[in-house]
Design a protein around this ligand. Structure first.
Ligand code: CP
Length: 331
């Protein structure tokens, strides 16, 4: 397909064609990464600025590695040692990187909407710069949603991952959905792909307004449960989410112990699922809270290391696709 999207800010309006373009491109880069020489010159001479205003291990490092594998030049921004500490604004920081020649900016911020505001400013300046949302507040984490999609579809067909493979598959998403931008991105992608998505959380950790809105788009593919059993029964994949204590302002659960007793993913509970069930977690993990160490470290059950590995191929695909889009400053 001819990729025309300049910014990747949300999966809300992604088309099936775009999902498949990302999956196919990521599969090609996975093949490149299996070679002795893992580098291609696709973004040679171009500048990728990683602007993370909130902590990250996986997303930041995999965007950096992805950009390096594509032969781009990288600028890594650390808020604590930047001129933000002297009062410079986020927009002026972005314009500073623009003046240095940045072509693509990956942005993470604890406030929802910051990548959108920077994208609007870059468009207003006619800069042609692309913005990749690397996670904004409770809003979206599109590259995580896409790497989860790549991981799941690769289990179903490693050579040719595509959204059509998910038709009729049952996927349970269990945990702190209220505070999870990963869940929001996955709900859009998995329901669009035709999977049956079963959300399970205590009622205090479900975002009612978001779910009412998305339900209209999900064409009957979205189910909501307060108890694990109906969510896990015959599930093909179980995605468990971290309890995001840093985003909680109040007492959403009685205790971590009670939460684990009711919603923790254990080997015993997985017996309710399809015998081929695989478990995902976007990380970082609270071991022993949302998932036991036994499940997390079981290579036959856990896809967590594969998710991290997929992150590099998928982020290479995203940088490549927007870097070569007819709407981008690189062209
Ligand atoms: N899944 C994820 O976004 O992890 P990081 O916060 O480590 O980037």
């Amino acid at each position: 397909m001819n990729w025309t999207r300049r910014h990747i800010l949300s999966l809300e309006d992604f088309t099936l064609e775009e999902y498949n373009a990302v999956l196919q491109t990521a599969a090609s880069f996975r093949e490149v990464l299996s070679r002795k020489t893992k580098k291609v010159p696709a973004l040679q001479g171009q500048v990728v600025a990683n602007m993370f205003f909130e902590p990250s291990t996986r997303t930041r490092s995999s965007f950096e590695l992805a950009a390096k594998r594509l032969s781009a030049d990288i600028l890594n921004f650390s808020p604590g040692s930047s001129s933000l500490t002297k009062g410079e604004t986020i927009l002026d920081t972005a314009k500073t990187y623009l003046a240095m020649g940045a072509n693509i900016m990956t942005i993470r911020h604890k406030q929802a909407g910051v990548p959108q505001i920077i994208a609007a400013e870059m468009d207003k300046l006619n800069s042609g710069v692309s913005i990749l949302n690397a996670g904004d507040g409770l809003h979206q984490h599109p590259s995580q949603g896409l790497l989860d999609l790549f991981t799941i579809t690769s289990v179903l067909d490693r050579e040719s991952p595509c959204v059509e493979l998910l038709s009729g598959k049952k996927i349970a998403i269990v945990g702190d959905i209220l505070h999870s931008r990963v869940a929001r991105s996955n709900i859009y992608s998995l329901t669009a792909a035709g999977a049956e998505v079963h959300l399970c959380a205590p009622p205090t950790l479900l975002p009612k307004l978001f779910l009412d809105t998305v339900n209209q788009q999900a064409a009957g593919n979205l189910y909501i449960h307060w108890q694990l059993k109906p969510a896990l029964t015959k599930a093909d994949f179980v995605m468990t989410l971290r309890l995001q204590k840093e985003r909680m302002q109040g007492n959403f659960i009685p205790s971590l112990r009670e939460y684990h007793q009711l919603y923790g993913i254990t080997r015993d509970r997985l017996k309710m699922c399809n015998p081929t069930v695989r478990v995902l977690h976007p990380g970082p993990v609270n071991r022993g809270v949302e998932i036991t160490s036994e499940v997390m470290d079981d290579q036959g059950l856990s896809l967590i290391p594969q998710q991290v590995t997929s992150g590099v191929s998928v982020r290479m695909a995203l940088l490549y696709l927007i870097g070569n889009s007819s709407n981008n400053s690189l062209n």
